[in-house]
Ligand binder design. Structure first.
Ligand code: ASP
Length: 450
């Protein structure tokens, strides 16, 4: 059997962390396909290698040199290599590669940015392969291009193309341990393209699905997924088991332990995901599975998404007007705005959008077009909202969850601006003012977990 194991940036931030990662890899002969992120932060004030590379690329794109940021990245690899006792020459190809990337043409800004960003994972994978080889282990770096990880040509936000899966299946046949860089692949034209930020989780999920892994182990820096954000709720309960759908809802609304786009590939192939802690590999972790045995626990987690806004509009007899909703969404499409939810009543509709997707200029244009095209009685935009999600498969056959949730919010003096329950009944969503977010999460946690 084969396990795909992915190690996040904090697990690779220093020589000590990399040593720990190598111990974990070699402890289990089934761990043969390893995906790595770029080195992350060593302490809270530190800068991730990916962020340094973005800073270097941004400098060059504004006509400057970006050399100091690039040198800082090279220094990060050098300190990991020397801390591992590797010979100084191992850093030469890494330094050359990063310098070459920095000096590439900036004519296509998106391509240039993605080429720089990918340098973090690519060089980390080469270094980890060498660290394992130095222990006498057969380990090989593989390039996503040679392996066939073909992605859509959407820089910074690429999606895997279906034909990649059959090509990646051959990774199964490789000798020894394969070290695969996360976060990027290649377009059909042969250009480097990256996933969205945190995208090494997606690489791991695609590989796990392609090779039909027994499990996809996702090593990070926490013992498990917790039922609420530990910076809002003190010592929240760990979650032992979750379904793919529950995890999708939680990561959508702010649980950053696992990238929400990483669930689709493993869900399709029904490969379980095991979230584990590099610094405490004995901890139970969280298992993400197709079906949870204990659905008698109705709610598994409370998530909160901050910085959303809402376009409200109302028009008498709106329900009778065919095409009203389509025309509203068409205005957003024309402005290239993606939306999150569209709760509606008989004579009103609201569209919930992440604030980052609705700049003040876009807001002005959208409101103007709504007025002209749809002639509503009222239209306005409210900012600084938060969405709170109460998530759990067990909700489907448990009476009274909504009543308990609304009661808890009312007792905490939180005004609910909107309620939405998806038809799959895996989550219930409450829109509230951002200033009430922490109080709301604490009140709901106390209701369902205390
Ligand atoms: N290094 C990339 C980032 O910081 C991808 C990842 O770590 O998953 O976003």
């Amino acid at each position: 059997m084969l396990k795909v194991s992915k190690f996040g940036g904090s697990s690779l931030a220093s020589a000590d962390q990399v040593r720990q990662v190598c111990d974990i890899i070699t402890a289990d002969p089934e761990r043969r396909l390893i995906v790595v992120s770029a080195p992350g932060k060593r302490h809270s004030e530190d800068i991730k290698v990916t962020d340094l590379l973005i800073a270097a690329a941004s400098e060059r794109l504004t006509g400057k040199i970006g050399a100091s940021e690039c040198a800082e990245v090279i220094e990060r690899y050098r300190s990991i290599a020397s801390g591992l006792g590797l010979p100084p020459e191992v850093i030469e190809p890494i330094a050359r590669d990063l310098t070459e990337r920095l000096e590439k043409s900036t004519t296509d800004a998106n391509l240039y940015m993605d080429t720089m960003k990918a340098g973090g994972e690519d060089n980390c994978a080469r270094l980890i392969a060498q660290a394992l080889q130095a222990r006498g282990v057969e380990a090989h770096y593989v390039s996503p291009k040679d392996a066939g990880l073909i992605l859509s040509d959407e820089p910074g936000n690429a999606q895997v193309l279906p034909e990649a899966y059959s090509r990646l299946r051959d990774l199964n046949e490789r000798p020894g341990i394969t070290i695969f860089p996360g976060f990027f692949g290649y377009s059909k034209e042969g250009n480097i393209v990256t996933f969205s930020r945190g995208g090494s989780d997606i690489t791991g999920a695609i590989l796990a699905s392609a090779v039909r892994a027994e499990v996809y182990e996702n090593f990070t820096d926490v013992d498990s997924v917790f039922a609420a954000n530990p910076s809002i709720v003190k010592e929240p309960a760990p979650i032992a088991e979750l379904t793919y759908r529950e995890m999708r809802e939680l990561s959508y609304a702010g649980f950053s332990v696992f990238h929400d786009e990483a669930l689709e590939p493993v869900y399709r192939a029904q490969v379980p995901v095991h979230i584990r802690n590099t610094n405490n590999p004995k901890a139970q972790g969280t298992l993400i599975v197709p079906n949870r045995a204990s659905t008698d626990i109705p709610v598994v987690g409370i998530a909160a998404m901050d910085s959303v806004c809402c376009i409200y509009l109302s028009k008498y007899l709106m329900n009778r007007q065919i095409g009203f909703g389509r025309r509203l969404l068409q205005i957003l499409e024309t402005e290239d705005i993606s939306f999150e939810h569209v709760p509606s009543g008989i004579d009103n509709m609201s569209v919930i959008i992440r604030e980052e997707n609705l700049s003040m200029q876009k807001e002005k244009r959208v409101v103007e077009q709504i007025r002209q095209t749809l002639a509503p009685e009222d239209v306005f935009v409210e900012r600084r909202l938060s969405l709170i999600m109460v998530v759990g498969e067990g909700m489907r056959h448990t009476v009274g969850i909504a009543s308990r949730a609304t009661h808890a919010l009312a007792s905490a003096q939180v005004n609910i601006e909107m309620i939405n329950q998806g038809s799959n009944e895996v989550s219930m969503m409450f829109g509230i003012k951002s200033e009430d977010m922490e109080t709301a999460v604490q009140a709901l946690y106390a209701e369902f977990f205390a």
